[in-house]
Design a protein around this ligand. Structure first.
Ligand code: MN
Length: 213
């Protein structure tokens, strides 16, 4: 049985980048729904007892008739959202009260991850622009991901639907959800504006931790 993860911050902690209302629906309704669906599908199936990444590998319909699209999609959405919700951090109260919250340029990675981004993209700004462009340009619902290969090289990828870079043997580090449920209450159709705002709340220490694991 899988359970709904607890958010590591208060519902209003990410405002105004993500409103408490959006967070409440996204976590309490959408993610809860994926958890309920997967738990209902697992008993008696060949995927019972496996972890989420392993379920994705075994149930992947791209790998042939042994796949199960419903199980793959619900397991993928749980794994994706668990990584998504735990990669953000509270905006300090003072900055939040100033209007649009903390400045994105004050929230930057450090350490090996920062070095690798600089090596591959030249600057954080160039990396962020490409990441946002890939998220904004993804047709329909899905996710834009930063992940790492086994040599520590970084990869930005567009993943449609519920997919996760683990299905390509990559280690997922950072993701922006581009399903409309992630931003429509706050930004309506302005997906790119939403994605640019997210840089203010990324918890780079958590991303660096994932990279070094
Ligand atoms: Mn979502």
């Amino acid at each position: 049985m899988f359970t709904l993860i607890e958010l590591p911050y208060a519902p209003e902690a990410l405002e105004p980048v993500i409103s408490a209302q959006t967070l409440g629906f996204h976590h309490g309704k959408h993610l809860q729904g994926y958890v309920n669906n997967l738990n209902a599908a697992l008993p008696g199936s060949p995927y019972e007892g496996l972890g989420l990444a392993e379920i994705m590998q075994r149930a992947n319909p791209a790998f042939g008739p042994s796949g199960n699209a419903a199980v793959f999609n619900n397991a993928g959405q749980i794994l994706n959202h668990n990584l998504y919700f735990t990669q953000f951090k509270e905006i300090p109260g003072q900055a939040r009260n100033d209007g649009r919250g903390a400045a994105a340029e004050d929230n930057v990675p450090t350490g090996k991850l920062a070095d690798q981004i600089a090596k591959q993209w030249g600057s954080l700004e160039t990396f962020q622009a490409e990441f946002v462009a890939k998220g904004a340009g993804l047709f329909g619902s899905g996710w834009v991901w930063l992940s790492a290969d086994d040599k520590g090289e970084l990869v930005i990828s567009q993943e449609p639907g519920a997919n996760n870079p683990v299905t390509k043997g990559l280690k997922p580090l950072l993701t922006f959800d581009v399903w409309e449920h992630a931003y429509y209450l706050d930004y309506q159709n302005r997906r790119a504006d939403h994605l640019k705002e997210l840089w203010k709340i990324v918890d780079w220490a958590e991303i660096q931790h994932r990279y070094s694991k």
